[in-house]
Design a protein around this ligand. Structure first.
Ligand code: UTP
Length: 292
């Protein structure tokens, strides 16, 4: 019997240096994809997967994220007085239930592994989901985390979402080798962070969605620095994979790294094209721009 995945961790304490100067005073997780902050899209994915408690690892200059997931009393009141029912209903639908969010601080951006470790007391002794809030997993089908929870309910253990990257780019990613490359869910037999060119066990990269057993916290507690002098999550996952099974769940939708400028811009276009109220007009505008 597997323990239910109730909690999800969202590490939002990074500096977002690739997006300066936009991220000097605004967290990159609050930049908008159409009219919703990036982090809201990822929380939506977690909610759709049945997550009940949302744990944010924040840092300096990130207080606005906490405000975003709180009730804005004056705004609600003004919207009600102006009969802006649709907007008010939208805000209420997005609001997490009382007591369903927790915020902890990573005091210095020492790396993703360190950010996850900062959530250890709030997560406690149960498996949890981890979602990188700058990585959008766009699909018209079941959400990425929902698919992973299905796989976890069947296999237990630890899971990472994976997707193919061009062979000449594998050295930029965390890469896994799997028993069956064609399967939707497959056992991982190798995990390596940024393999030197020509040495990758496959072209499947870890996309930023994880289901992890709480034993990961014991490994992260060593606080060993890895690539770039940061405490890397992948290093502890590699150690954990020697003790516990890991499965790869292939994500078949589109992935946008909104922490990069090109990923952010493309995501905005993709999400807007999907919307009935914006898509047709945007498509016409893009065609006009391209045709010059
Ligand atoms: P990134 O490496 O993409 O974020 O980390 P970054 O460091 O903010 O970005 P750049 O490279 O400087 O532009 C992936 C996620 O992990 C969080 C980030 O906020 C991001 O959502 N993170 C990263 C932390 O919470 N703490 C860290 O120390 C590092």
């Amino acid at each position: 019997m597997t323990k239910r995945i109730r909690k999800a961790v969202f590490p939002v304490a990074g500096l977002g240096t690739r997006f300066l100067p936009a991220t000097k005073a605004i967290p990159k997780e609050m930049l908008t994809i159409v009219d919703r902050p990036v982090v809201q899209h990822v929380v939506d994915e977690a909610r759709a997967a049945g997550i009940e408690h949302f744990v944010f690892v924040t840092g300096r200059n990130k207080a606005v994220i906490e405000d975003h997931f709180d009730m804005a009393y004056e705004l609600d009141d003004t919207l009600a007085k102006r009969s802006k029912t649709k907007e008010l209903d939208g805000l209420r639908a997005d609001l997490p239930a009382a007591g369903a969010t927790s915020f902890t601080r990573q005091q210095a951006p020492l790396g993703l592994g360190h950010a996850v470790w900062c959530a250890r007391d709030i997560v406690g002794d149960e498996p949890f989901a981890l979602l990188l809030p700058d990585m959008l997993h766009h699909t018209h089908g079941k959400g990425c985390l929902a698919e992973m929870i299905d796989a976890y309910n069947k296999h237990g253990g630890n899971h990472v979402a994976v997707a193919p990257v061009p062979e000449d780019q594998t050295h930029q990613y965390g890469i896994v080798g799997v028993e069956n490359v064609d399967a939707k869910v497959s056992k991982i037999n190798k995990m390596v962070e940024k393999p030197p060119k020509g040495t990758a066990p496959s072209n499947l990269h870890i996309t930023g969605r994880y289901i992890l057993q709480p034993t990961i916290f014991n490994l992260l507690a060593h606080q060993e620095k890895g690539a770039g002098g940061e405490i890397q999550l992948t290093d502890s996952m590699i150690a954990l994979s020697r003790q516990e099974p890991f499965h790869a769940v292939r994500f078949d939708g589109d992935i946008y790294d909104t922490g990069s400028k090109i990923g952010f811009l493309t995501a905005n276009i993709a999400y807007a094209l999907d919307r009935g109220d914006l898509g047709p007009q945007l498509r016409a505008e893009i065609e006009r721009l391209i045709e010059g």
